[in-house]
Ligand binder design. Structure first.
Ligand SMILES: Cc1cc2nc3c(=O)[nH]c(=O)nc-3n(C[C@H](O)[C@H](O)[C@H](O)COP(=O)(O)OP(=O)(O)OC[C@H]3O[C@@H](n4cnc5c(N)ncnc54)[C@H](O)[C@@H]3O)c2cc1C
Length: 572
């Protein structure tokens, strides 16, 4: 065989990876500038099934209204009915005894359960339809970055080696994170060592079907919506599992756990171990009694979160998982795709129109490193400490979701697609919200630890139900959110005081500053202090504790209103 042939060709934009993030980037670019020469290079011949099957409200907006897929999503996938959580403790024997948190009726804002193998093919097909060239299967092995010049990609296609030059490279290579690893920007997020194990299953029982309705009539009648097409979460100490139905009958079920808080069964095939693990939860045990994983479709991934210290330069942008990954809880993956691809297209289109790039690149790096860092600290750091406790998760869910609706999900609906250029927690206005969310999540983690010590953890995991109406973008939304804050306040007064003066210290999860040099440098330069000084924090804590101690005497008279304050949680 002779030496591999080298072919040369040139484009305006070369996109590495043709899955959702890559193909969506091409659509955003070509819709604005149809004459742009865009090449997508995709390694796989066909997309296999992959995780990333539940959208939330932002990614729902992005797929349906920005990419224009509403009709396709309604026809080829499933409309999602919110999130539900199922709890258990040592007393709980059967599905109907598990405490439940979720919506009473159908969801108010659209989101979808998608089969990514089908969705990604469709988005790629549409990108090609708009004029993108597709090189498939083709694998990019190296990218020579030339700031402000032509980037050079080495591409293997069969036994051919091609050199492709482009003014811009979009790295959408997913967890392969081609550019971040090549350039030494890739960092593991060691503060959050999580592992996931998942499979696609056949034979999972119908949540809303006749069998379960007959066996557990009261349980069945408690919810007036559809349980089956929600993302149902089975939760336990330090772990959670998703149950996502796919069009056609298969169900995606997988578990995510914090390696510091939970071990994983050692023996047997991965599918066996996954089923054995999930069987400890009464809801999963019932639903999966006759379920079988699809052969060849059982997977695991260790140490999930990571990030790149650089997100863009004059000539390249990182999008989707190639830029960073947080945690699958609350399904932020496709939200991150919505933000990274929208901002990438905005940057490239501005340069193509003749705008100066340097300041925009700086802002892009600053926004996304800040977004990743604050998104992680506010919502995910130490969250698995209280994962599985009904009281703490119910309150956190109401607060997290209410604030997400108020500050994030409502934005594209009110301001249009331009809201997606500003990633979560990247604007000065978001700073107090970031601190607030981080504060209550840390407090819940501390309370969970105290509950474990006092043998009180999960005390309401058995036979409690909280079904709420769901949030909207209306101002009346403030009311359930306000009630959730009162619930937090009440919890502080009744049990949180035990940990007001303790820190998450020995025996708990280490708190080390995240290594995000570019973010810290950029925020310092902008006059933003990323972390409150320790002294100020302890003074604030003392004032809060003292104030609360005084008010507790006044609030004693309100003890009888506790149920009302805690929201419509029904025990049966
Ligand atoms: C356990 C788990 C559960 C999750 N659940 C959800 C969820 O419910 N909702 C949600 O929104 N997100 C979820 N996510 C995140 C979601 O899966 C990802 O954010 C999303 O799939 C990333 O899409 P992407 O297009 O960036 O990358 P990918 O889908 O990984 O695509 C990358 C593409 O690049 C190609 N490629 C790679 N290297 C090269 C190369 N050198 N040359 C050419 N092509 C290349 C690959 O073949 C692939 O097609 C989950 C993640 C995990 C780990």
């Amino acid at each position: 065989m002779g030496a591999p042939e080298i072919k040369e060709s040139s484009y305006d934009v070369a996109i590495v990876g043709g899955a959702l993030a890559g193909a969506a980037s091409a659509i955003l670019l070509l819709r604005e500038q149809p004459k742009l020469r865009v090449l997508i290079i995709e390694k796989s011949l066909v997309f296999g099934r992959r995780v990333g099957e539940a959208t939330v409200e932002v990614s729902g907006y992005f797929l349906s209204r920005v990419l224009g897929l509403t009709q396709y999503l309604n026809e080829a996938h499933l409309v999602k009915q919110g999130m539900r959580f199922w709890f258990y403790n040592n007393q709980t024997q059967s599905l109907d005894e598990c405490s439940e948190v979720g919506g009473r009726y159908l969801s108010r804002v659209p989101a979808y359960q998608v089969d990514r193998a089908a969705l990604d093919e469709e988005v790629l097909r549409r990108a090609v339809g708009l004029g993108a060239s597709l090189l498939r299967p083709g694998s990019v092995s190296r990218i020579a970055l030339v700031p402000g010049g032509e980037q050079v990609l080495e591409v293997k296609q069969g036994d051919q080696l091609r050199k492709i030059s482009a003014r811009w490279v979009i790295d959408a290579s997913g967890v392969a994170a081609l550019l971040a690893r090549q350039e030494g920007w890739w960092r593991p997020n060691t503060l959050h060592p999580t592992t996931a194990v998942w499979a696609r299953w056949t034979g999972v029982k119908d949540w809303d079907g006749f069998e379960l309705a007959k066996k557990y009539p009261q349980w069945s009648m408690a919810c007036n919506g559809i349980r089956a097409t929600a993302t149902n979460h089975f939760v336990g100490p330090g772990w959670w599992a998703w149950c996502i139905p796919l069009k056609g009958g298969d169900v995606s079920i997988g578990v995510v756990f914090d390696q510091r808080l939970m071990g994983w069964p050692e023996n047997g095939s991965l599918g066996d171990r996954l089923k054995q693990f999930l069987s400890r939860h009464p809801v999963a045990r019932e639903l999966m009694a006759e379920a079988q994983w699809r052969e060849g479709d059982v997977h695991w991934r260790k140490n999930l979160p990571y990030y790149s210290t650089t997100f863009a330069g004059d000539g390249f942008v990182l999008v989707g998982d190639a830029a960073a990954f947080l945690d699958p809880f609350y399904s932020p993956g496709m939200d991150w795709i919505s933000f990274t691809t929208s901002a990438a297209a905005d940057l490239i289109l501005a340069q193509q129109k003749g705008a100066a790039v340097a300041a925009r690149v700086n802002k892009h790096n600053q926004d996304f490193s800040r977004s990743y860092s604050e998104w992680f600290q506010a919502l995910y750091q130490d969250k698995y400490e209280y994962m599985g406790d009904f009281d703490l998760m119910r309150l956190a869910f109401l607060l997290d979701l209410g604030l997400y609706y108020l500050g994030v999900a409502s934005q594209p609906y009110k301001r249009g697609a331009k809201a997606l250029i500003e990633p979560v927690f990247s604007t000065p206005l978001s700073v107090p919200f970031f601190r607030l969310i981080r504060a209550y999540n840390r407090r819940f983690a501390q309370m969970a630890r105290s509950r474990h010590r006092r043998d009180q953890w999960g005390k309401h995991n058995h036979r409690f139900r909280f079904l709420f109406q769901g949030y909207t973008f209306a101002t009346s939304n403030a009311w359930p959110l306000f009630r959730a804050f009162r619930g937090w306040f009440w919890l502080e007064l009744t049990e949180g005081w035990r940990t007001w003066f303790t820190r998450l210290g020995p025996g708990g999860i280490a708190r080390v500053p995240l290594d995000l040099p570019r973010y810290w440098d950029a925020t310092r330069a902008a006059g933003i202090t990323p972390l409150a000084p320790a002294l100020k924090a302890s003074t604030l804590r003392f004032s809060f504790a003292f104030g609360s101690f005084c008010s507790v005497h006044f609030l004693r008279v309100a003890t009888k209103l506790r149920r009302w304050i805690g929201g419509p949680t029904a025990r049966w």
